[in-house]
Design a protein. Structure first.
Length: 259
């Protein structure tokens, strides 16, 4: 496997992250799990996926979630753990409850990225530096300026814009499901569930890098850093400020021969 500890060091160097980059893998049915995750099968806590990601990025824990642990129906649908049944797809089920109409909910249901139903048995997540599995995705949380640097890294390598879409809910449908389906980086304005149950802060967004693009993004960060694109953003300081008149008068007086 790649040296994920070294990659984490570079991400921290160029982005100064406040939480761990998260390695995530959707384990297919019949797939052998690493020993540490195999042992976790016996004791798991029901929670939304976004909360599991937060445990990995804030606590540095290894997390294993399966269909039985999915407390969020939208996350379970996006991961393919449950089938997209008629009452949800028609918008009749009042989820999200704050959406105005059945028609609007049906549109959300139709557009929600969904992994193949029944294909996956578990979600494995851990800090990237400690990954004991081959991740499919790396999820990074940060503020908008840190997201800008990641976007610049992608643009540097490809010239292609990073397209973001957000529903204000079910962010995992984009930063996990859509990233896996498209193989492209995803940037997400985290939704209510992420902020309420996973304690995502007001200034945080999520960015997912498919594993196949991880080296490219890190190279893009390194090279654009050399060109002066930095985090924290470098302020322009090569100017001569105009101080208040009283300061200017005092400076002239101090520099003069006047007693």
């Amino acid at each position: 496997m790649p040296d994920y500890e070294a990659i984490t060091d570079k991400l921290n160097k160029f982005l100064r992250l406040q939480t761990f980059p998260v390695a995530l893998r959707m384990a297919e049915k019949g797939e052998e799990l690493p020993e540490a995750f195999e042992a976790m099968k016996k004791k798991r806590t029901p929670m939304p996926l976004c909360q599991g990601v937060s445990l990995a990025r804030r606590y540095g824990w290894k997390v294993l979630l399966g269909p039985e642990e999915m407390t969020c129906p939208l996350g379970a649908l996006a991961m393919g753990f449950v089938p997209p049944k008629d009452r949800y797809m028609s918008g009749e089920a009042e989820v999200p409850f704050w959406v105005r109409s059945k028609q609007a909910r049906a549109k959300i249901a139709a557009n929600l990225p969904k992994l193949e139903h029944g294909r996956y048995a578990y979600i494995m997540a851990s800090p990237l530096a400690e990954a004991e599995f081959e991740p499919q995705l790396v999820i990074i949380y940060g503020n908008p300026a840190q997201m800008m640097r990641l976007v610049q890294a992608v643009i540097y390598m490809t010239g292609d814009a990073v397209v973001s879409n957000s529903l204000g809910a079910v962010g995992c449908g984009t930063y996990v499901s859509k990233a896996l389906i498209t193989g492209e980086c995803q940037m997400v304005v985290c939704g209510a569930g992420d902020r309420i149950f996973a304690l995502t802060q007001d200034d945080e967004m999520a960015f997912t890098i498919p594993a196949a693009k991880l080296d490219e993004v890190v190279t893009g960060l390194e090279d654009t850093h050399r060109f002066g694109m930095r985090y924290p953003t470098s302020s322009y300081l090569r100017f001569s400020p105009q101080l208040p008149n009283t300061y200017q008068d005092l400076m002239q007086y101090l520099a003069s021969e006047e007693k």
